[in-house]
Design a protein around this ligand. Sequence first.
Ligand code: ZN
Ligand code: ZN
Length: 276
Amino acid sequence: MMIMDEDYLRHIDRLIAQRPAARRALIPYRELARLMVQAEPTLNAKKPQQAHLEIRRRAGFPLFAREDLPADFAAAATLLTRFFKHLSETGREDQAGLRRALEQSKKDLQWNDRALKAILREDEKVLTEMAEQVGLDPAVLLFLGKTALRPSLLALRPLLEEGIEEKSWDKGYCPLCGSQPDMACFTKTGKRQLYCELCGQQWAFARIACPFCNNREQEDLGYLEAEEGLRVYFCNSCSRYLKTIDGRIFEEVAPLELESLATLHLDLIAGQNGYK
Ligand SMILES: [Zn+2]
Ligand SMILES: [Zn+2]
């Protein structure tokens, strides 16, 4: 099934044209997005029963644990190989490592699958060993693996939609996979929406609360404004931060992983202020 479309590429082109700070990350990412748009993962899982959804939701459990996500791993593995191939031909500094990763993934057909599953388990040790085996920066393997998983995880969205309506999930972690948010936005009506760093699910969350430690003490919470409509919300209780784009200021908000790549300068500001 077709998951991502040309509109995704249009958002990237718009961000590159309108926001100079977005260029550094989004110009190379566009090449990956072009390959992502071509991916056609299948949805193999059955829609869970409403009662099952409700029990899990009431107990505060996401629909799946990360390592149990019934994603189309074969489609993700194929996409990851395409990324290695494409990037190893672009003259990047790490092209030798990318070429070795490509060779490895062709020689050992389970290699990509192991990397993808290590990412879902958040198994840093295995992922680092695999990256070192081919001489690639583990952060690059993590980013490429997560990006390769994206279309397959987006394909799972129909499993959840009926169960989760606005306000029925008030947790700081993703209702589909339990991951933490890595970006947020304010809707046109000023409601806060969090965005899952892994599967791309979006859900409503209270404005005055930290999604990471659930702290609701107003004096510990605040924000830094990088520019109008782009803020870094922080929590002085757990020292975490969350980048947020205000949909009332920006005419159009792109899928939030694109907004996240377009605002790497905000991560810098957060880091300089001691937030992680
Ligand atoms: Zn998720
Ligand atoms: Zn916190």
